[in-house]
Design a binder for this molecule. Sequence first.
Ligand code: IMP
Length: 179
Amino acid sequence: MDPRTIKLHDCEFSTYIFEEEIIARISMLAEQIDQDYAHKKPLFLAVLNGSFMFASDLLKRVTIPCEISFIRLSSYQNMQSTGKVKEVLGLTEDVHSRHVVVLEDIVDTGHTVHNLLQQLNERGPASIEVATLLMKPECLQHDLNIKYVARSIPNDFVVGYGLDYNGLGRNLRDIYKIV
Ligand code: IMP
């Protein structure tokens, strides 16, 4: 496919990962999750806003009985000994004794997932894993075990398929990389 370039705010982006590849990779994750969670009725927790497309396409391909709920992280940041902690908002489900799978758009430094896992673990889930659309291994600053990664990428800023640049780009079907 020919590369396409777009402009969002002041920055140019060009096509990087096409929808076909994204869907193929998500289908593989769904198969793996089907096998790993058969008879476990997992509870997927999709972190808004960035994971909405990933959550939708993944859940359409997961065939085992499961539940999904959507959470947000506060923009208000609470200073604690570990640094800036964003509070989990909108978690109405009881995660105690549940097999939880967190759905993320991208793991960059890992601060977000690290803090989120700490908060969820306090609620006593039976197990907890993370499924992320993208991961930037070069940027990771925490010892995190991310079990399900659709695609690893180098340290480039990307948009599209749920990911934004200052609010724009979430609606794009493909993933674009900053030029
Ligand atoms: P972390 O806490 O550094 O792992 O950052 C995770 C969050 O930063 C993601 O959930 C995104 O909202 C945002 N982020 C990190 N890298 C990118 C990117 O390349 N494009 C868009 N958002 C990003």
